[in-house]
Design a protein around this ligand. Structure first.
Ligand code: IMP
Ligand code: MG
Length: 187
């Protein structure tokens, strides 16, 4: 069943389950996160690093909510393939273009699940001479993190269900939904 009302999806599918975060709540929270970053990094030019592909929508909206001369870059790591559970193996598929030396880096992630992807990224990027390294995660799945990590900016803490939309996919589909909902299909 698809979410109803004001936030009608663009297309119908039995895969679309219960609404988790509607489009206007996403936009409002992203604007708040942008305002926090604007305050916290006043006088600096942070470098936002998005983790492809899930963070693309979030990055695009977040970057426009930050009123500072920031820069953006992207990294791609493989950890999931088409499955919905982490393999535990994280590998850099596309590295950064921008040098991190002396930079104030903010890793922009779509969702923290086990935390394995983030903990690998943090370790790798910490070795590159940044002045500071923080994390901004749109979603954090409650209770499942295998590693405890400090997350400076979090959009929403969500229940354990697998979710899709606003960048999040199943086998590359549903990234373009403007809201986040539960995936009801077969994985
Ligand atoms: P972790 O390494 O287990 O924390 O997995 C993080 C990555 O897995 C995220 O960046 C997502 O790409 C993917 N992922 C985790 N949970 C979901 C979900 O509910 N929907 C879609 N992708 C997810
Ligand atoms: Mg993914």
């Amino acid at each position: 069943m698809a979410p109803e009302g004001e936030h009608q999806h663009l297309f119908d599918s039995p895969d679309l389950g219960e609404l988790v975060v509607d489009a206007s709540s996403l936009q409002a929270r992203v604007a708040e996160l942008g305002a926090e970053i604007t305050r916290d990094y006043a006088g600096r030019a942070p470098l936002l690093i998005g983790v492809l592909k899930g963070a693309v929508m979030f990055m695009a909206d977040l970057a426009r909510s930050v009123d500072l001369p920031l820069e953006i870059d992207f990294m791609a790591v493989s950890s999931y393939g088409n499955a919905t559970r982490t393999s535990g193996v994280v590998r850099i598929v596309k590295d950064l273009d921008i040098d991190l030396t002396g930079r104030d880096v903010i890793i922009v992630e779509d969702i923290i699940d086990s935390g394995l992807t983030l903990s690998y990224l943090r370790k790798t990027l910490a070795a590159r001479g940044a002045n500071s390294l923080e994390v901004c995660a749109l979603l954090v799945r409650e209770g499942l993190q295998k590693t405890h990590q400090e997350l400076k900016y979090v959009g929403f803490r969500i229940p354990p269900n697998f979710v899709i939309g606003y960048g999040l996919d199943v086998a590359e589909k549903y990234r373009n939904l403007p809201y986040v909902c539960v995936f009801e299909g077969d994985i």
